[in-house]
Design a protein around this ligand. Sequence first.
Ligand SMILES: Cc1ncc(COP(=O)(O)O)c(C=O)c1O
Length: 447
Amino acid sequence: MVESLRQSTPAEREQWIRDASYNLFNLRSEQVFIDLLTDSGTGAMSDRQWGAIMTGDESYAGASSYYHLKEAIRDITGFEYFLPTHQGRAAENVLFSVLVKEGDIIPGNAHFDTTKGHIEFRKATAVDCTVDIARNIEAEDPFKGNVDPEKLEQVLKQTPRERLGCIIMTVTNNTAGGQPVSMANLRAARELADKYGVLLIIDSARFAENAYFIKRREEGYADRSIRDIAREMFSYADGMTMSSKKDGIVNIGGFIGFRDKELFRRASTFNIMFEGFVTYGGMAGRDMNALAQGLYEGTGYEYLEARISQVARLGDRIHSAGIPMQRPVGGHAVFIDAGRFLPQIPAEEFPAQRLAVEIYLEGGIRGTEIGTLMADRDPVTRKNRYPELELVRLAVPRRVYTDNHMDYVAEAVKNVWERRQKITRGLAIKWEAPIMRHFTVELGLLS
Ligand SMILES: Cc1ncc(COP(=O)(O)O)c(C=O)c1O
């Protein structure tokens, strides 16, 4: 399947982004030339996936598509029990309905925004114990997504057992720049989970990309297959949440994997309430079929090599122009350091959002802010939280764009870099939602 793209003029883009209140989520897709807003649900399905769609079983209960997907999940992750959900955040909602209650502490490496949102919605606290080197943006460390075992143990030690909801390990660590987590680190997190008697859950959206990095970077894994590595990763967890829209290469879908039948049973009740019956939970049979196929394709070495090299190519081209960015390049996206790109703009004026807007104005390219806007307000004080990094994420959809498109993106970013001194002010909030504000915020350009 191919899709036509439409170029636009700078004047059109100026008008469109003003109409969108300087929020890139508010743009229409036809107002975007290269869409790097997210790699979530934006991949292209294969001939085999489309073929599988044709044989979807839409029975309400016990559909063959459900069993087909169950088999693929058991094969790839080792989890015996699973619940389908309509996407990753739904998996979080269902699982946290069982595991997280008011006052709980949920430590891990950096929690993704919907994960944090679901934790804070329950008046619990997500504690980010990512290794410090992740904040050293230029450091060429192979596993900057790791949790710091000392920080994690500190939290586990200080928190009464009944207030520890679970540990969440996000692979790859999206918030820290798509950086991978090593197998040794997952093993260390498991040991701590056992020592303190707490469950370990893997937020698995990009587990296959993580497995690729383990294969390429961690001693002892070069000759192991991606699926074998993935199975070992999951062997350290009690459960997993999955946004299938990433490494499952489908446009919609998610699931929860469980080792324990009792936990599965308790979560099933919430799945029925929020998602659907246990054998479809928010997914059409045809989509479960496409996901079963996608999980195999997404864990293929050649595919992962092509995908991750394409992201690296974009990153290397941007970096070679001297533009500050997260190194090494992450699995699914390039993260530009907007704080250093536009040091003249204070964090209160959302420099990363301003840079994302400029990249759109320059080339019709849509990225996303991962900075003060996304960090949101402290749920108690309602004050803005200021993360250490102000990033613009350019996430690359799977199997959609060519390297030529990536070169165009790199040139546009370089053009903005060359005129960066002329960008003197940021943006001000005109309206925001009480939680996860970045999706719907309305902004005005300061001058
Ligand atoms: C690490 C991680 N966890 C969870 C989610 C939420 O998944 P979904 O968008 O399918 O709800 C995402 C989505 O981007 C993610 O990157």
